[in-house]
Design a protein around this ligand. Sequence first.
Ligand SMILES: *[C@@H]1O[C@H](CO)[C@@H](O)[C@H](O)[C@H]1NC(C)=O
Ligand SMILES: *[C@@H]1O[C@H](CO)[C@@H](O)[C@H](O)[C@H]1NC(C)=O
Length: 322
Amino acid sequence: MKTLARLVLGLVILDAVVAAPTLPSINYDSETYDATLEDLDNLYNYENIPIDQAEIEIATVMPSGNRELLTPPPQPEEAQEEEEEEESTPRLIDGFSPQEPEFTGVLGPHTNEDFPTCLLCTCISTTVYCDDHELDAIPPLPKNTAYFYSRFNRIKKINRNDFASLNDLKRIDLTSNLISEIDEDAFRKLPQLRELVLRDNKIRQLPELPTTLTFIDISNNRLGRKGIKQEAFKDMYDLHHLYLTDNNLDHIPLPLPENLRALHLQNNNILEMHEDTFCNVKNFTYIRKALEDIRLDGNPINLSKTPQAYMCLPRLPIGSLV
Ligand SMILES: *[C@@H]1O[C@H](CO)[C@@H](O)[C@H](O)[C@H]1NC(C)=O
Ligand SMILES: *[C@@H]1O[C@H](CO)[C@@H](O)[C@H](O)[C@H]1NC(C)=O
């Protein structure tokens, strides 16, 4: 009996011990389980975002750092720009090997380093960069200058002596200045000038230009009816690009040289054109095969009025046909 009583008591106690805490503990657990899971989730997410990013940063910083160590140091800005600008003109053309400029800069007779303009601007080999220097006149240039850049300055006038006896000069780029006047002789005597870029200025009248030019850009200026001389481009046998966009021209400058590839005249005041502007109305076997890019859009001209004018062209001009 004693044993049975102990057994029953033990069972009751056991039941009480087992049953009493289980119900509240289950409730407690089930209530807090979700909460703690959410909390854990939140903790996991919030804490893991920075950790992941940190890991990603470490992962990306490390190899790129290594890569930087492996790649050669970047070239100076000027040297890169020069490469881009002179893509079409091989460096060897002026007789220098690519390494030579630095060398001659120290030792050779071609050094321009102590030329006054080269202290202000940047001279690399035969190229002079004077972009964005608040210049109000063309600075004196070393005698062997082949490429001259003076964009984004305040130059108002080009004088007859500015480029005098620069017999190696091949490119002049005076984009975005305030040029309104150019002396008649400013460019005429430059025997090797090939590229003339005077866009974004206030030029009303072009001076006489050397016939060696291959590339002319006088876009966005004030060239009007008398801005371009009669037959100004006639003898430029190597002229490929003639850009006269955004001026006030009322006619197409004639005659156009035979090798011209691109003629841009958009946004001018050209009202009419003749049947023989591009072609030869007396000879239908004539083909002007080089001229593939004619822009006449933005002019008050009706291209439909001269249907015979495009017979010899590889492509129709772009402009209003209605
Ligand atoms: C017509 O043009 C062709 C090609 O330019 C030329 O060979 C030919 O001599 C010209 N004929 C005349 C009569 O001018
Ligand atoms: C353009 O010229 C064609 C041919 O002469 C004509 O039919 C058309 O009406 C003209 N369009 C305008 C806008 O003057």
